[in-house]
Design a protein around this ligand. Sequence first.
Ligand code: F6R
Length: 606
Amino acid sequence: MCGIVGVLGNHEAAPILVEALKRLEYRGYDSAGIATIDETNTLDRRRAVGKLVNLSDHLVHNPLAGKSGIGHTRWATHGAPTTDNAHPHRAGPVAVVHNGIIENFRELRTELAAEGFDFNTETDTETVALLAQSHLDKGASPKDAVEATLSRLDGAFALCFLFDGENDLMIAARKGSPLAIGHGDGEMFVGSDAIALAPMTDKVTYLEEGDWAVVTRAGAEIYDAEGRRANRPMKQVRMDANMAEKGGYKHFMAKEIAQQPTVVGEVLSAYVKNETITMDMGQVDFAKIDRLSIVACGTAYYAGLTAKYWFEHYARLPVDIDVASEFRYREAPFSPRTAALFVSQSGETADTLAALRYAQGKADHIVGLINAPESSIARESDVAIEIHAGVEVSVASTKAFTAQLTSFAVMALKAAHQRGHLDDTGLAQKLGELRQLPGLMSAALSIDDATRAVSAKLAEARDVLFLGRGQMFPLALEGALKLKEISYIHAEGYASGELKHGPIALVDQHTPIVVMAPHDGLFDKTVSNMQEVMARGGRVVLVSDARAMKDAGDGVWTSITMPEAPDLLQPILYAIPAQLIAYHTAIAKGTDVDQPRNLAKSVTVE
Ligand code: F6R
């Protein structure tokens, strides 16, 4: 989604803004721009479509001077990615950058048109700039103009304003989309997240819902939605400037795949001590609930779907699972003694957040499973469980997925123990299995070369099917999602047993079928489905362990051999081949691995 940065500094702002925008590139964007105030106190801007390098080139030929400025990476919502639609948007003396959607922009456009304003863009943001201008034209101060403007805006947004003639003033506002104020030494900053600000400062104040802030080099005055002065804490963030570096890897995705043994180790050391689980679930006692309702989007949804198998199998706790965009509008009733759990890496996904707000007051408990502890979902949950994945930059989620799964595995075991389905000995044994996970994940990473060879073949395909059974079914869905996201090859995941109910019609010698099947209790069933596929000329890529290869490897097109592992660990472990297949296929196709077309890292619009 869009990225925002603002600087009131002591050095030339343009290079700082572009550098900060680079750090926000991971969010996904299709145009970018900056505006500055120069030494004559004049506001000017530069914008360019496409990658940031285009904006940098533009700035080489048409530099922008000044030590104050705002910048933006735009992920188009209203209007195509053109220079005119790129931010900052300017109306007379005001420039504004915006993340989110102004839902009542049509109504505002009609009003502004009646006042005689013309429109130069197709965006909702332009109405914000024009509204502010209309107040300034009537003599309002910048602060009053922004306050009056904000009171007219519906929707979810983050905004940052800059004013002609004011080289020591930015006004920032948050409603639905996060925004951080950075404190420097005689300098102040604004950013969509602390990553953008990392090289400049680690002292950050997060605006709360409805807050807006008048920022000068002397500091920030923060106001709440009612216009009262608000005191928000300044926090020292743990933000290593290298977090947003590739650290020797070609892509963030490769780095993040390789980090997974460490990440799952972090999760385990946060939540498991010796033979006990230390995960603090607040008021949630699994023995006192009858149902768990899990809601999420995309990869986080597949983590939740895997967890359904675990909660139901180990803890005998019924689980409903929904994609958030459907859940939020289907008016789901909650039965008594239900906990609702929302999974989100970013903690800002608009659909998941809206679903959480729907559940408030209806479910007995609201639990967030999040990576960003300062996020909206974390704040609005009764209890927020961190997945400890660290900053995930690649748009395609990898380490957050395995961290979600590992956290869920611990939670499901806690539930099994609390509900009396696992005694102390059983729990200790399962925790012992979990402790093998970092080592097994490191071993699984050694399939890299084998995966590259498989991917060279998959890169030729137009369609790919992924099959899995039981707890491996969600992984088939995740494998297909990863492949389509970054290689743009059409891929679908199916439950192995469902293939013959329709999708088998797709099978021919041109359609590779990736079968995720460890040698578990359901293996023989999956082998039968594999045989059905091979009998129809289908090309099977078998991802399994050595035992399975021996029993069922004959006739497969190609294979990837995984380490053997206890059942509970299989979906977490097999995430690695799913991710590496997508990664190497994307490399073979030459696509943009870290920033695939049309995608954004944190989806803060509906
Ligand atoms: C896929 C991917 C997305 C996200 C989804 C939810 O690789 O990254 O499907 O999983 O947009 O995002 P969060 O977890 O931030 O709510």
